[in-house]
Unconditional design. Structure first.
Length: 510
């Protein structure tokens, strides 16, 4: 982590590698301060941005564990304590005391890597050979990457952006790879000004999502950038702008996966539970897609609803759905429940002796959920914006367009509401069914800071006391809460980042 932070926030401009023999060598070469060769063509910069493995993964444990979608509980812990890391405990309970010491927390440095690459491309775009059109595409792409990474960082490590919070600590702002820019956290307002500026530049992108019959959703495109703009303005509670960009994204690309005809299972997994006892038996677990090969990107890249390819990554391989989340699904007709809620998933995670039966939410492999903008998200944003501005019929039409592709045919497909308040509530429940884990943290932040008190969320969990090293399961359970105005909505910054910045970076105050 130390080396990573120094590398990607403190390298000088004259560092970037280039081997003239091939783009692959250009990508494989490790950057260093002493590297003499530099990028000379737009083709080389394009190859750098085309390396989707460098950009797609988001290992955001705040998002994974921090909401009421996460069903981590004392009962599950008691079933097999060794299944759960201390990080899972601490993030689930909104810890502030021990989390800064977690040397495995790399979401911060991972996103700054992406920002560094974007800054490098922006720094070189006007210096390399290539057409003006090629350079414009590279710049829009880099601005998009930087805006996206700063947005997810701000919504993880900073307080929600409001008039009252705009002067609070934001993030270190890096717009070049130079030593000269300070590492101190800039005001939150300055961070959002940069995001909006970058988004404005990214919206100049001219490339469609589908090119020569192939969706290139791992790169900036008109549908993807408009999709992110819709998400951005939704979280600013600007429903007019959010609706405008959601419609723009859908006008560019509107394909949905029909769960009735296009979903599939991967290879079944057989697990023996309660071995060596009279209750011993074989249980078959059914997973969607290629759960048995995490290095196979075929299904992920082929998911046709992606507008922009980003995936939430879970190092412990278990998205534990809460009972509250499970109860939102129509278990008889909702095919998202059928395909994504893998029954008996606790057995796959080792809770087999004695066996404890609990499901897991699985999309691709066991650790990855789509987190980038999708067609489905655009329909949900459209529906919510229409409902919040009083257009109930069109709001329901939008959300029901999605549901027709997610549920078996029948009268249960179409949601109904007679008032604005009913429509908003109904659509937000559908949003949670469609986008569990990936968007819930961000949603709760905006719900608690908009003008509608009906969607406020107070988070609460019951668990044992714990220390930095252990859960003290011999002591009575206690209640942990995250009130709507808690400063813990800004997650603690890893201590290593403060150390390597010579304490220029300050920790959040709680």
């Amino acid at each position: 982590m130390t080396a990573t932070y120094r590398s990607f926030l403190k390298w000088p401009l004259a560092l970037i590698m280039l081997a003239f023999t091939s783009c692959s060598k250009f990508l494989d070469e490790r950057p260093s301060k002493t590297t003499a060769l530099e990028a000379t063509t737009t083709t080389q910069l394009d190859a750098l941005l085309n390396s989707y493995s460098s950009f797609y993964s988001e290992g955001n444990r705040t998002v994974i564990f921090g909401t009421d979608d996460n069903g981590f509980s004392s009962d599950l812990y008691n079933a097999r304590p060794g299944t759960f890391t201390m990080a899972a405990v601490e993030f689930s309970l909104w810890d502030i005391q021990y989390l800064p010491e977690d040397t495995r927390e790399n979401f911060w440095s991972g996103e700054y890597k992406k920002i560094f690459t974007a800054n490098m491309v922006l720094g070189y775009a006007d210096k390399v050979t290539g057409t003006p059109e090629e350079k414009a595409i590279l710049k829009a792409d880099a601005h998009f990457i930087r805006a996206y990474s700063y947005w997810v960082l701000a919504n993880t490590y900073c307080l929600p952006y409001t008039a009252a919070n705009k002067g609070e600590m934001g993030l270190p702002i890096k717009t070049s790879v130079s030593f000269d820019q300070p590492l101190a956290r800039q005001p939150l307002e300055a961070v959002y000004n940069l995001i909006e500026s970058d988004l404005k530049e990214a919206l100049n992108i001219s490339l469609p999502l589908v090119q020569n019959g192939k969706a290139r959703h791992w790169r900036a495109n008109k549908a993807g950038v408009n999709g992110f703009a819709a998400r951005y303005y939704l979280h600013r509670n600007n429903y007019t702008e959010a609706l405008k960009y959601a419609n723009a994204a859908l006008s560019e690309y509107s394909q949905l996966v029909d769960y009735n005809t296009e979903m599939k299972y991967g290879r079944d997994v057989s697990v023996v539970i309660n071995p060596g006892t009279p209750a011993s038996k074989n249980v078959v677990l059914k997973f969607p897609y290629t759960h048995d090969n995490q290095s196979d990107f075929t299904d992920m890249l082929g998911w046709k609803e992606f507008l922009y390819f980003r995936m939430l990554y879970h190092e412990s391989w278990w998205y534990i759905p809460s009972k509250q989340l499970l109860d939102l699904y129509d278990k008889d007709h909702d095919l998202r429940y059928k395909y994504h809620m893998v029954q008996g998933y606790s057995y796959d995670r080792g809770i087999t002796s004695p066996a404890y039966d609990y499901p897991g939410y699985v999309f691709f492999f066991k650790d990855r959920l789509p987190s980038g903008p999708t067609t489905a998200e655009m329909l949900l944003i459209k529906a919510e914006c229409l409902a919040r501005t009083g257009n109930v019929p069109d709001a329901l039409a939008a959300v029901n367009t999605l549901r027709a592709k997610r549920l078996t045919p029948g009268t249960w497909v179409n949601l109904a509401a007679t008032t604005k308040e009913e429509a908003v509530k109904t659509i937000l429940e559908e949003r949670r069914r469609e986008l569990p884990f990936t968007q819930r943290w961000f949603d709760i932040r905006r719900f608690n800071n908009n003008d509608d008190p009906n969607d406020d969320v107070v988070l609460s969990k019951t668990f044992y006391p714990y220390t930095i090293a252990n859960v003290t399961a011999t002591e009575p359970l206690k209640t942990y809460t995250l009130p709507k105005d808690s400063r813990r909505f800004a997650a603690p910054i890893p201590k290593t980042e403060m150390i390597t910045s010579n304490n220029e970076i300050q920790q959040n105050t709680y």
